[in-house]
Ligand binder design. Structure first.
Ligand code: WT7
Length: 647
C-alpha cells in the first residue's frame, strides 16, 4: 500500500508558531543545550522565586534522580488563573456542555473560576487539608472537577482523580493507597442519558477505605442521596459560606501536584506522581505548540478529567495558556452520532482533540451525521490515546475536517505528562497513522531486543534517551518501583513499554504495547489486574487475559478461565464472570470474550505462554510457533478447537 503524505498547508506554514525550519532549529537546540533551552522556556510561567538551576537528571542507578527547576517556587493555580485576571478576567475560561443538548450550557469566566476555586480551597482548608495532603476526586465532567483540581493546587494539596467509571472497589484501593482523608464527589453523574450513582459508590467504597473522614458532595442530578452525619458535607452550602480570598501557597517546583493511577504489566495500578514546575512547563508548552494555540481560541479536548489527557489538555495546559476550554459531560453518540459536531457548531470550536475509538464508532454510523453539521469553525484536529488506523485518519481528515484541517496524532503516556511524539501543524507533513516527530527536548530511540541502539529505519522497543520537564517523578509510596519499572529493562533509558517503527524519513509509527498492558478504547488496562479480579471469584481457579483486535475499541479483552474442579462451565457462569469483573474494576474492564479452558499452555516451569494465547485470541492459529516445550501440548489443540465464535 502506497502511503500518503499530506504537506503542511501554506497558510499554516506561514502563520503557525513554528514552521519546518523553526521546528528543526528548536528541536536541535533543545537536545544539544537542554539547560539553555529549558532555562528560557521555563520563563513562560510566573515564578515566585526564580530558579537558578534547570536540569538535574540521571537515569543511572548510582545517581538516579529527576529534578527540574528545583530551587524555583511558584503556584500552578496562580499561573492558571490569577495571572490572567488583569488581562482576561471576563474571558470565558470553561465552556461547559451538559450531557443533554436540551439542558443549558455554562460559561465560566476566569474571574468566576478564580472565585469558585478560592471558595473551595477555603472549604478544604477548613477541613484541615494542608500542603502535601492527598485529596481524592471522584467526579464526572462538570466544571467543578476543574475547580477541585485547581483548589488543591492552590493550597498545595495533591489531587488524585479516580475516573468516575471505576467501581467502588477500584476507588477504595486508590483512596487507600494514597491515604486520602477526604473525597470529593457528586450525587450522580450523567452520561448518555444514564445516571451513574457516584455518591452511592463512594459510600460502598468506605468499607475498604477506613481513613476517609470527610466527603464533599456536589449536586448534579439532585437525587436524594443519604448524607452521613459528621462526615458528608454539601458542596454548595459549604462553598457559599466560604471566603473568595485564598492566597496561593508558595510551592517548590518539585513539590507534588497530582497522583494519577494507571495500569502496569504487573501488580496493582501504580500512582504516577507528577510535580509542579516541570509538569506545568510541559503541559502548557506542548498545548501551545501542538495546537498552535493562541489565547482565547475555542479549544475542545474531548477527554475525561479522570485520565491524564484531561489533566494536561482539558485543564492545566489550556488554562495556563489563557485559553477557553470546552468541557463536555456527555458521550459522542447521545442523543445521536451528530453530537460532537453539533457542539463544535454551537461553540464555534476551532481545535478539536479526540480519541480514535470514538472516531471509529462514529465512522461506522455513516457520513450523514457529520455532514448535516457545518464544522466551518474547525481549523485543526487532534488524536490521542491509541494508534489511529489510516482508514480512521483519512475519514477524520476528509469527512470531519473537509481536507482543510491538519491532524496532530499525539503519542504520549500518563508517565510523560504531555505529548512526546507529535506533528506540529505548521511544521510537519503528515502521514496517516504516524505520530511523526519528537517534541522539543524529546530524544526517542529504538532498541533491539539485546538493547542495542538501532540506526535508520527499523522496528524496535521505544525508549527515551534523556529526561524532559514533564516526566513523572515517582510511584506513590514505592520508590523502588519507579526505577525498576522504567529504567532497568534497558539501563540508562526510560522504557515506554511501546513498540515502534521508524521509517526512512525519520517518522515514528507506534505499533502498540509490548508488555502485558492492553489498550481498550484508549483506556489502559493491565491484564494482570483483570486476571486477579477473575481469580478472586470463588469458582475460578486460574485466568489469563490477553488483548484481541477489536474494530471499534482497538483492542478487546480476551480472558481464558480455568474453573475449579467441581464447577461446570456454563453460559450462566460466563455472564456471571463478566458482571463480576465489571463490579470489581468497572465497565471499562468488561471482558469481550471468556473462553473456558480446562488447562492453560504452560512451560514445564509453569510459566503461561501468553504468546500462544494471543495468537488464539487473534484467530491466527496457523502460526502458533513451537509448542513442543509446553508441559502439555494438547491443551493448545483444545483451546483452538473450542475457541468461541465471535459476534
Ligand atoms: C499508551 C499510554 C496519551 C495519553 C492518554 C493515554 C498508547 C497513546 C498514542 C498514539 C499510538 C498511543 C501507547 C501508550 N498511545 N497515544 N497517538 N499513537 N499509541 O495514556 O493511558 O498512559 O496510555 O497509550 O501505547 O504507551 P495512557
Amino acid at each position: 500500500m502506497g502511503e500518503s503524505l499530506y504537506p503542511v498547508p501554506a497558510q499554516w506554514a506561514a502563520n503557525a508558531l513554528v514552521d519546518e525550519a523553526g521546528y528543526n532549529a528548536m528541536h536541535a537546540r533543545s537536545v544539544e543545550d537542554p539547560e539553555g533551552f529549558w532555562g528560557e522556556h521555563g520563563l513562560r510561567l510566573d515564578w515566585i522565586k526564580p530558579y537558578s538551576t534547570v536540569k538535574q537528571t540521571s537515569y543511572h542507578k548510582e545517581d538516579f534522580g529527576i529534578r527540574w527547576f528545583a530551587d524555583g517556587t511558584l503556584n500552578l493555580c496562580a499561573n492558571a488563573l490569577d495571572r490572567h485576571l488583569a488581562t482576561r478576567g471576563d474571558q470565558v475560561a470553561i465552556l461547559w456542555e451538559p450531557d443533554s443538548p436540551t439542558d443549558a450550557e455554562r460559561r465560566i469566566t476566569y474571574r468566576e473560576l478564580h472565585e469558585d476555586v478560592c471558595r473551595l480551597a477555603n472549604v478544604l482548608k477548613a477541613q484541615g487539608v494542608q500542603k502535601g495532603d492527598r485529596v481524592t476526586l471522584y467526579l464526572p465532567m462538570v466544571p467543578e472537577a476543574a475547580v477541585a483540581m485547581l483548589a488543591c493546587a492552590r493550597i498545595g494539596a495533591i489531587h488524585s482523580i479516580v475516573f468516575a467509571g471505576f467501581s467502588p472497589e477500584a476507588l477504595a484501593g486508590r483512596i487507600d493507597d494514597c491515604g486520602s482523608r477526604i473525597v470529593l464527589t457528586c450525587d450522580e453523574g450523567l452520561r448518555g442519558g444514564k445516571k451513574v450513582p457516584l455518591k452511592a459508590n463512594v459510600d460502598a467504597a468506605m468499607d475498604h477505605a477506613p481513613g476517609v473522614e470527610c466527603v464533599i458532595v456536589l449536586k448534579r442530578t439532585g437525587a436524594d442521596v443519604p448524607m452521613v452525619e459528621g462526615r458528608d458535607i454539601d458542596w454548595h452550602t459549604a462553598t457559599a459560606a466560604a471566603s473568595t480570598d485564598c492566597p496561593p501557597e508558595e510551592m517548590n517546583a518539585e513539590d507534588p501536584l497530582f497522583i494519577l493511577y494507571t495500569s502496569g504489566s504487573t501488580g496493582k495500578p501504580k500512582g504516577v506522581l507528577h510535580t509542579t514546575g516541570g509538569y506545568a512547563v510541559w503541559a502548557s508548552m506542548t498545548h501551545q505548540y501542538v495546537f498552535d494555540y493562541r489565547p482565547g481560541q475555542i479549544y475542545w479536548c474531548a477527554a475525561d478529567v479522570g485520565w491524564v489527557t484531561g489533566h494536561s489538555y482539558v485543564v492545566y495546559g489550556p488554562l495556563i495558556n489563557g485559553g477557553t476550554t470546552v468541557m463536555f459531560e456527555g458521550v459522542p453518540n447521545y442523543p445521536d452520532p451528530s453530537r460532537f459536531w453539533q457542539v463544535v457548531d454551537k461553540f464555534k470550536v476551532e481545535i478539536f482533540y479526540g480519541a480514535p475509538t470514538a472516531l471509529r464508532a462514529l465512522m461506522r454510523e455513516g457520513d450523514d451525521w457529520v455532514k448535516k453539521t457545518s464544522r466551518s469553525s474547525l481549523r485543526l484536529l487532534g488524536s490521542v490515546g491509541e494508534p489511529i488506523n489510516p482508514e480512521a485518519w483519512e475519514w477524520y481528515h476528509k469527512v470531519v475536517g473537509e481536507n482543510r484541517c491538519p491532524i496532530v496524532d499525539t503519542w504520549w503516556q500518563t508517565e510523560t505528562g504531555g505529548a512526546m511524539i507529535t506533528p506540529l501543524p505548521g511544521a510537519t507533513a503528515l502521514k496517516p497513522g504516524s505520530a511523526s516527530k519528537p517534541f522539543f527536548g524529546v530524544q526517542p530511540l529504538l532498541l533491539d531486543n539485546d538493547g542495542k541502539v538501532m540506526e535508520g529505519a527499523g522496528e524496535g522497543c521505544l525508549v527515551i534517551a534523556d529526561s524532559w520537564p514533564g516526566q513523572m517523578r515517582g510511584v506513590w509510596g514505592d520508590e523502588e518501583r519507579f526505577f525498576n519499572t522504567y529504567f532497568t529493562t534497558f539501563a540508562g533509558y526510560y522504557f515506554t513499554g511501546d513498540g515502534c517503527r521508524r521509517d526512512e524519513d525519520g517518522y515514528y509509527w507506534i505499533t502498540g504495547r509490548i508488555d502485558d498492558v492492553i489498550n481498550v478504547s484508549g483506556h489502559r488496562m493491565g491484564t494482570a489486574e483483570i486476571e486477579s479480579a477473575l481469580v478472586a471469584h470463588a469458582k475460578v481457579a486460574e485466568a489469563a487475559v490477553v488483548g484481541m483486535p477489536h474494530e471499534i475499541k482497538g483492542q478487546g479483552i480476551y480472558a481464558y478461565v480455568t474453573c475449579n474442579a467441581d464447577v461446570e462451565p456454563t453460559e450462566a457462569l460466563r455472564k456471571e464472570l463478566v458482571q463480576w469483573v465489571r463490579h470489581e474494576i468497572g465497565p471499562i474492564a468488561t471482558p469481550d470474550v471468556i473462553q473456558f479452558a480446562p488447562g492453560l499452555p504452560k512451560t514445564r516451569s509453569g510459566k503461561i505462554m501468553r504468546r500462544i494465547l494471543r495468537k488464539i485470541a487473534e484467530n491466527d492459529v496457523s502460526s502458533l510457533g513451537d509448542t513442543s516445550t509446553l508441559a502439555d501440548p494438547s491443551v493448545v489443540d483444545h483451546l483452538v478447537e473450542n475457541r468461541p465464535a465471535l459476534a
